[in-house]
Design a binder for this molecule. Structure first.
Ligand SMILES: [Fe+2]
Ligand SMILES: [Fe+2]
Length: 479
């Protein structure tokens, strides 16, 4: 079903061009040239989003936003602002409930991207142009560095793709075989594989986020399908997680850290795949929330990288922490779905009480499972305890917390910071290092070793405005 848009702008010429543009992108478009018309349209219809000019008259933009927020609270309001719009004005519009804004001058493409960023993956897919047949293959010359490679089997068929897909002919030489919106049939996959001996496909690295969204979405859609085997689902997931890691770690992290981290994630999935019990738990977790498994992979990557900086580290410790990370949030599957999918900052008092039980639930679920040691259960139990005693479930302090738990706590906080704010890793690190409350959550040695996984840590370490606490007995010489 097409998404409906309301364009509200006094400029008739602009509206007519915008209408053509958005209709060609499969939106259903209504228009209003003044605030009164906009409100009437809003009174009679429900829209996915309203694109509202700051210059609208006869009911001002502020009045229209107020009307929208009291009648359709979840409707997106994208505002077009004049070039000279001041920060104070933007703040006022935000307080009224503005979702996003774009300043003049901008292109229709900029506006489309902004609109797309407000859609969930199902809405994007539903809104993709339906195509008859398939478009021509196109040869392109572009640097290899711009492409990301996947195995041909890893592009799940029978779904329309969200991004262009290429095959490689030679150095910096590609053929676009699928255009955004095309479906990739099993016959076509077989044709490329068998007749042409193609093993890999490529997409533009700039589309990596879409690839991750797309795959995660497919996994959640296929979660209950019997047609897709558990193995395929886990391999889709592992793949999406790897690309997710590449996406979040594009800048600032030492490349060898990422490679080693990916290897650790790979090993841990292999171990889990062999253990029936654990495999089923992970599958259940994935059915519950595919993003949670990607999150676990990312936490595994950062936590194991921190452990690797300690001189007491060993393969066994890495294995222990990786297993702990993989299952640290498994207890969330025992929470009511609405709580498990919320961030704690959005929870009310009673939801928080329930949420804080997930480490204990996790330990209960892992009881008696092969490959889960007492240490792994302990570190899962303590993954939200903090060095200064503000954590849960027990509010333990300093030396009473396992080192590995405090490492997971930091890796978990960090992954949330970069994923929730769409931060680069280096910005996530800066945020932690410049926030006294955050710094106090971790043992100083852990924080210092975390800094070491970044490129040019000396520069970043200077961002520390506060001295790191070093009052713990967590690190005895023997380790
Ligand atoms: Fe957790
Ligand atoms: Fe977590």
């Amino acid at each position: 079903m097409a998404l409906r848009l309301l364009l509200a702008d006094p400029d008739a010429g602009w509206i007519s061009n915008a209408r053509k543009h958005f209709e060609s992108m499969m939106y259903e478009v209504d228009e209003a040239q003044n605030g009164k018309e906009a409100q009437l349209a809003l009174y009679n219809n429900d829209y996915f989003a309203v694109i509202l000019s700051q210059n609208i008259q006869n009911h001002s933009a502020s009045q229209v936003i107020r009307f929208i927020k009291s009648n359709h609270p979840s409707m997106k309001v994208i505002m077009i602002l004049n070039m000279q719009a001041k920060e104070s004005q933007i703040k006022e519009f935000k307080e009224l409930g503005l979702t996003e804004y774009i300043k003049k001058p901008f292109s229709f493409e900029d506006l489309s991207q902004l609109l797309e960023s407000q859609q969930n993956i199902q809405q994007i897919m539903d809104n993709m142009p339906k195509k008859e047949g398939q478009e021509e293959e196109v040869e392109v010359s572009m640097e290899d560095a711009k492409f990301t490679k996947i195995k041909i089997d890893e592009l799940y068929s029978a779904q329309r793709v969200l991004f262009d897909v290429f095959i490689k002919l030679g150095d910096s030489h590609y053929v676009k075989i699928l255009h955004k919106g095309d479906a990739f049939s099993q016959e076509r996959i077989d044709k490329y594989k068998k007749n042409k001996g193609i093993e890999h496909l490529y997409f533009m690295t700039s589309d990596r986020k879409k690839y991750v969204q797309f795959t995660t979405h497919l996994i959640s859609k296929t979660a209950k399908s019997k047609k897709v085997s558990g193995k395929t689902k886990i391999s889709l997931l592992k793949n999406a997680s790897e690309k997710f890691l590449e996406e979040v770690c594009d800048e600032g992290i030492k490349p060898q850290v990422i490679d080693q981290g990916k290897e650790i994630c790979q090993n841990i999935t292999e171990i889990v795949e062999e253990q029936h019990d654990l495999y089923n738990l992970l599958r259940g977790f994935d059915d519950f929330d595919p993003n949670a498994v990607s999150h676990s992979f990312a936490v595994t990557l950062f936590a194991s990288s921190i452990v690797k900086q300690f001189n007491w580290q060993s393969e066994k410790t890495i294995g222990t922490i990786a297993m702990g990370c993989m299952f640290h949030d498994i207890g969330k599957t025992k929470l009511k779905a609405e709580i498990a999918l919320m961030r704690p900052s959005d929870m009310n008092e009673s939801q928080l009480v329930e949420y804080k039980k997930h480490p204990e639930y996790g330990v209960e679920m892992l009881e008696g499972k092969y490959g889960i040691s007492t240490t792994i259960k302990q570190i899962i139990l303590q993954h939200h305890e903090t060095f200064n005693g503000t954590g849960f479930p027990s509010g333990l302090k300093g030396g009473r917390i396992f080192t590995l738990s405090n490492i997971i706590c930091l890796a978990n906080d960090f992954v949330h910071i970069i994923a929730d704010n769409k931060f680069k890793p280096t910005d996530g690190l800066k945020l932690i290092l410049t926030n006294q409350d955050m710094i106090l959550r971790y043992h100083s040695q852990i924080l210092e070793n975390f800094i070491k996984i970044f490129v040019a840590p000396d520069k970043l370490a200077k961002a520390k405005k506060t001295e790191l606490p070093s009052n713990s007995k967590l690190f005895k010489k023997s380790g």
